[in-house]
Ligand binder design. Structure first.
Ligand SMILES: Nc1ncnc2c1ncn2[C@@H]1O[C@H](COP(=O)(O)OP(=O)(O)OP(=O)(O)O)[C@@H](O)[C@H]1O
Ligand SMILES: [Mg+2]
Length: 234
């Protein structure tokens, strides 16, 4: 069996029976404020702090300074980890990323070697898909480059209301597909749910589990099989 990579999110490794398969590429999809960016950073911090695996966070929509600021709410000092060469938070355009990824000895490869990177997060692939107008080609290029370097990868995808429940090409291309959602419960209450729809190379605890965002980040409560079966009946 393939080795597992701890996700860093308490409870999620129970759903994944040990974590993400090493070197796998996973889409983490969710609506606004579902905690996608937090998920990604938490995954990188696990690598840096506990597994001695350095990480890169690539953002297309925010400046790195914004990420540093937003993540202070969880008491995460990302700037310090950057100074120690354990983390890189990089803001660039999707076009430049793809361009540098396909170039032999391009900036992407250089960056990975420079900090001996093992984990990567791209926030988000929603824009990247439209580079060169060939969605399928870009996604396969991305997946193949990530695999070539053996990086365990989280690819964030924004989910808009009209996309809800639809299946797109990226769900087939990558190894894993995790969906975060905020669901209505009674009139005013909401509950956050996480579902692993696929993860090649590992068993998964199927169905929706609950998660919360706490002062230290995301926390998943794996639901028992009985509880998931009961819910599917109502
Ligand atoms: N201790 C906490 N308890 C509850 N919610 C929290 C706590 N700390 C942060 N949050 C909320 O968690 C959310 C985390 O946001 P994050 O940026 O990770 O989501 P996102 O899915 O990336 O959002 P976006 O779609 O805007 O990029 C924020 O809406 C924040 O208000
Ligand atoms: Mg975000």
């Amino acid at each position: 069996m393939r080795q597992k990579t701890a996700s860093g999110i308490p409870g999620l490794d129970n759903v994944l029976f040990g974590g993400f398969p090493q070197g796998s590429t996973t889409i983490v999809e969710g609506g606004p404020g579902t905690g996608k960016t937090t998920f990604g950073i938490q995954f990188l911090l696990e690598g840096i702090r506990k597994q001695n695996e350095h990480g890169i966070f690539i953002t297309f929509e925010e400046f790195p300074e914004q990420i540093y600021e937003d993540m202070k709410i969880f008491n995460w000092d990302l700037r310090k980890l950057e100074q120690e060469n354990k983390l890189r938070v990089i803001g660039l355009s999707p076009e430049i990323l793809i361009d540098q990824m396909v170039k032999p000895d391009g900036l992407f490869e250089e960056m990975i070697k420079e900090i001996d990177c093992k984990r990567i997060v791209i926030d988000s692939i929603s824009l990247l898909k439209y580079v060169n107008g060939n969605e399928r080609k870009v996604l396969y290029t991305l997946r193949n480059v990530l695999r070539k370097h053996g990086l365990t990868s989280i690819l964030i995808q924004e989910q808009s209301a009209f996309m809800s429940g639809t299946v797109s090409v990226e769900h087939f291309v990558f190894d894993g597909y995790v969906r975060l959602a905020m669901k209505k419960r009674f009139r005013t209450l909401r509950k956050r749910t996480i579902e692993v729809l696929k993860m090649r190379g590992t068993r998964i605890a199927e169905g929706e589990h609950h998660y919360r965002i706490l002062d230290y980040g995301l926390y998943v409560q794996k639901r028992s099989l009985i509880s998931r079966l009961m819910q599917s009946l109502v």
